[in-house]
Write a protein that binds this ligand. Structure first.
Ligand code: NAD
Ligand code: UGA
Length: 461
């Protein structure tokens, strides 16, 4: 029987290992974290993250074979397989600042494993890391390992998307397991593959070399984000020509070589990973003296910044070139629907420019608290506490948020935003009343019939 420990109880470690516990009731799984509040939340009825279906999975397994704890050393000692699922944010200072991944958390977790392990372990790199990070982990572990203790490093990147994490984990497109091409590496690969094989069909469990596995994760995110930037670039052309970006995406997506997914134009992609992972790839390319390659991927992020700016500017220009003291109701603060995660949300950049123009911003999001909004907005480059206190308000009720507003600005594709009573919203707003749909989720002709001035990304005015 194997025992599993997961270091890092975040958006990846929590759901991933909870699903392993559900699908493998014979395997004890302990998820550990340095953050006591996060662990307390995992052990409570209010989980630290909102993810459809997660509560049910945790409720079924917690206390049976799923445990959340801050006793990191005990969990490391007891485990045969240790997932390292800690955060790998973009570096803020020093060499590679603004591009390279900050591997301090991965290194700290690796050093902890080396320091306390009393038996051989399979260490699984679950975090998204630059190519060849497994080599650094191996060197740290080997330099610190004592007699008869061996460490095998595997790369097992995670491909779940937030908002659909449980479905993605239950029915993954593929499971990727990279190892060194040694007999011990292959053996470790088999041990981990056997865990996933409890619910994932064997042909979908892919094994390959460590570096391919690490790079595949960065590549997959870069390719996905590149599709969004491509359709967003086309959305600007659509607006200038009278073409409709949804129709263009539909026509292109019917080509089986292109496919229909990830071609939804938007105010810009957000989330903790796309930007971070592409910048990481840019840094890697530059370090490898491949400036043209670096420039190519950098453009995906630059286009995304342009799209957010372009959307915010179109709001100002349509509102007669001034939003000073006007009320703008922003619907959606999370980076996508069905999550409370706000990291790198496009809404932040859009709201920052509204605040800079001295507008009053009324925010409504079904899953994001006022405290979380404040945390994201009161930041260098966004706004000061004084601006936040004077100009930002969070409303639980969308009708209250829109009262006396000049415009509704859709930043997140929450389905409930399409179900609202727009006549009621219109009646309570300043006229002319505007709607700016940054997610292409509303019925624009119907809104125009009510009397709204409607602007939709990538659609003719
Ligand atoms: P997160 O910030 O939600 O969680 C990371 C957790 O690790 C935090 O709770 C932190 O306290 C903990 N931690 C950090 N150092 C630790 C240490 N030394 N010991 C114990 N705990 C420690 O991050 P996340 O969103 O779960 O992402 C984790 C990794 O997975 C990242 O590399 C990310 O790129 C990757 N990833 C994320 C997603 C996603 O949807 N969020 C999807 C696929 C891959
Ligand atoms: C993304 C990938 O989809 C996952 O496979 C990957 O594991 C994860 O990053 C990661 O490494 O963190 P996630 O960021 O959670 O998942 O969510 P996505 O569904 O990819 O959406 C990302 C952003 O792109 C959101 O802001 C979303 O609204 C936007 N998006 C997505 C579009 O604007 N248009 C689309 O067609 C699709």
């Amino acid at each position: 029987m194997v025992k599993i420990c997961c270091i890092g109880a975040g958006y990846v470690g929590g759901p991933t290992c909870a699903v392993i516990a559900l699908k493998c009731p014979h395997i004890p799984v302990t998820i550990v974290d340095l953050n006591q509040d996060r662990i307390d939340a995992w052990n409570s009825d209010t989980l630290p993250i909102f993810e459809p279906g997660l509560q049910e999975v945790v409720t079924q397994c917690r206390g049976r074979n799923l445990f959340f704890s801050t006793a990191i050393d005990d969990a490391i000692r007891a485990a045969d397989i240790i997932f390292v699922s800690v955060n790998t944010p973009t570096k803020k200072n020093g060499l590679g600042a603004g591009f390279a991944a900050d591997l301090a958390y991965v290194e700290a977790a690796t050093r902890r494993i080396a320091a306390v392990a009393q038996s051989s372990k399979i260490v699984v790199e679950k975090s998204t890391v630059p190519c060849r990070t497994a080599e650094s982990m191996r060197r740290i572990l080997e330099a610190n390992s004592r007699d008869a203790i061996r460490f095998e490093i595997l790369s097992n990147p995670e491909f779940l998307a937030e908002g659909t994490a449980i479905a993605d984990l239950m029915q993954p497109d593929r499971i990727l397991i990279g190892s060194l091409p040694t007999p011990e590496g292959r053996k470790a690969q088999h041990v981990l593959a056997d865990v996933y094989a409890e619910w994932v069909p064997r042909p979908q469990i892919i094994t390959m070399n460590l570096w391919s596995s690490e790079l595949s994760k960065l590549a997959a995110n870069a390719l996905l984000a590149q599709r969004i930037s491509s359709i967003n670039a086309l959305s600007a052309i659509c607006e200038a020509t009278g073409a409709d970006v949804d129709e263009v995406a539909y026509a292109c997506g019917l080509d089986s070589r292109i496919g229909p997914k990830f071609l939804k134009a938007s105010v810009g992609f957000g989330g903790s990973c796309f930007q971070k992972d592409i910048l990481n790839l840019v840094y890697l390319s530059e370090s490898l003296h491949l400036p043209e390659v670096a420039q190519y991927w950098k453009q995906v992020v630059d286009l995304n910044e342009y799209q957010k700016r372009r959307f915010a500017q179109s709001v100002v220009s349509r509102l007669f070139n001034t939003i000073t003291n006007k009320r703008l109701a922003v619907f959606g603060f999370a980076f996508k629907k069905n999550t409370g995660d706000t990291r790198e949300s496009a809404a932040i950049a859009v709201i920052a420019s509204f605040l800079n123009e001295r507008a009053h911003v009324h925010i409504h999001d079904p899953e994001v608290s006022a405290a979380q909004i404040e945390l994201e907005l009161v930041q260098p480059g966004v706004c000061t506490q004084a601006v936040y206190d004077a100009q930002v308000h969070r409303f639980a009720d969308p009708y209250e948020a829109a009262k006396d507003a000049d415009a509704i600005v859709i930043c997140t594709e929450w389905e409930q935003f399409a179900q609202l009573d727009y006549q009621r919203l219109y009646d309570s707003m300043h006229k002319p009343a505007f709607v700016f749909d940054g997610r292409l989720i509303l019925d624009a002709p119907k809104l125009r019939q009510i009397g709204f001035q409607v602007e939709v990304i990538g659609k003719p005015a």
